[in-house]
Design a protein around this ligand. Structure first.
Ligand SMILES: C[S@@+](CC[C@H](N)C(=O)[O-])C[C@H]1O[C@@H](n2cnc3c(N)ncnc32)[C@H](O)[C@@H]1O
Length: 269
């Protein structure tokens, strides 16, 4: 893989994208949003940027702003927009995040940069037939949900593309288990890391073995979190303290675009 070109204006583009995305309700923090923008702008692969789980459009706006600036094509934004966990269906049986999503992408000026699929990811996966450069998984956080998303789309991820999962360091069973079992333990993946609660890795089916030591080091600190979250139940008392202690061993600081780009080809040897 040739060295990655980091656009000279990327920091300014990320600033502007975050200025728009921060106004959208959601759970993404600034460091995470900047990493998503960095991946979108720099990933050295061909294909679409696919987002599973859009909610009101916070990450969609971040990605779309960056994509618009660099001419990267539309963000494929998949969400049925009817999550019972996130919306008050008891108060309003017709509750949906779709109207807010459409309004927020319009306010951010990126409507033409987004291709919404109001559908469950598994239904889109069955008909999907394009290469993917960046697969961003932020939908159903159960193990079954995250695994279905990974399995449904991974065969379309281009070599050197990136897969990232949100909430891998929060109390959800899916993202961390898929990251450890299907990515860190797989010689088809290369450089990997965490930023805040995002777990990411580069898909390198040809030479991922070169990154074994780096993935294994991350696995050693990440895998012990899995038993704490397997029930998707809130943690209390001593269990919560033990979880946080183990989680503190996972490196997850923000990473600059230049560092991220050089890290992609650094196998730690
Ligand atoms: C945590 S929110 C996404 C947040 C969003 N990425 C942001 O930046 O604000 C999770 C979203 O995933 C959606 N979702 C849940 N299951 C899904 C599935 N099987 N396919 C697609 N989306 C799903 C929910 O409707 C919800 O809007």
């Amino acid at each position: 893989m040739a060295g990655i070109e980091v656009p000279r204006d990327l920091d300014a583009v990320l600033d502007a994208a975050w200025a728009a995305a921060r106004k959208v309700p959601g759970y993404l923090v600034e460091d995470e949003a900047r990493l998503l923008g960095t991946i979108a702008a720099c990933v050295p692969a061909i294909g679409a940027i696919v987002e599973i789980g859009s909610f009101k459009g916070k990450s969609t706006v971040m990605l779309a702003k960056v994509a618009a600036h660099y001419g990267l094509g539309s963000i494929v934004a998949i969400d049925p927009h009817n999550s019972p966990e996130l919306l008050d269906h008891k108060a309003d049986p017709a509750a949906s995040s779709y109207k807010d999503f459409l309004r927020n992408i319009e306010t951010a000026g990126v409507t033409d940069q987004v291709e919404p699929h109001r559908a469950y990811s598994k239904d889109v996966a069955t008909v999907w037939n394009q290469p993917i450069r960046f697969l961003w998984i932020d939908g159903d956080h159960t193990y079954e949900g995250a695994k279905t998303d990974f399995d449904g789309f991974i065969s379309h991820v281009s070599p050197y593309g990136v897969v990232a999962l949100h909430d891998a360091l929060n109390v959800f069973s899916g993202p961390i288990r898929v990251f450890v079992e299907d990515m860190l333990r797989s010689s088809r993946f290369g450089a990997a890391g965490f930023c805040h609660s995002i777990a990411w890795s580069q898909f390198r089916p040809e030479d991922g073995e070169r990154f074994h030591a780096q993935r294994a080091a991350l696995e050693r600190v990440a895998a012990p979190l899995i038993p704490f979250v397997e029930d998707d139940e809130e943690l209390h008392g001593l269990t919560k303290i033990r979880f946080k202690l183990k989680r503190s061993r996972v490196p997850r600081k923000a990473i600059s675009p230049l560092k991220w780009a050089s890290f992609l080809d650094d196998n730690g040897s």
